[in-house]
Design a protein around this ligand. Structure first.
Ligand code: SF4
Ligand code: SF4
Length: 62
């Protein structure tokens, strides 16, 4: 299982993570990325973290 988190302070609102996530866990809410999908579906692929230029998304395995 993975813990997906978005630091709203760091998010620039570019939308790249939401577009990159194959499990549709991330989406844009009022100009910021949020975890709106089911985190249990996270594949741990790190696509979101690799496209985020501000380091706002973190994915941690537990
Ligand atoms: S690690 Fe992959 S599946 Fe999980 S939130 Fe990021 S892009 Fe989506
Ligand atoms: S890729 Fe990073 S900066 Fe862009 S919307 Fe996602 S969390 Fe925010």
């Amino acid at each position: 299982m993975y813990l997906v988190n978005v630091d709203q302070e760091k998010c620039s609102g570019c939308g790249e993570c939401a577009a990159a996530c194959p499990a549709q866990i991330l989406s844009m809410v009022e100009g910021k990325a949020e975890v709106t999908g089911d985190p249990a579906e996270c594949l741990g692929c790190e696509s979101c973290t690799s496209v985020c230029s501000t380091g706002a998304v973190t994915v941690q395995e537990y």
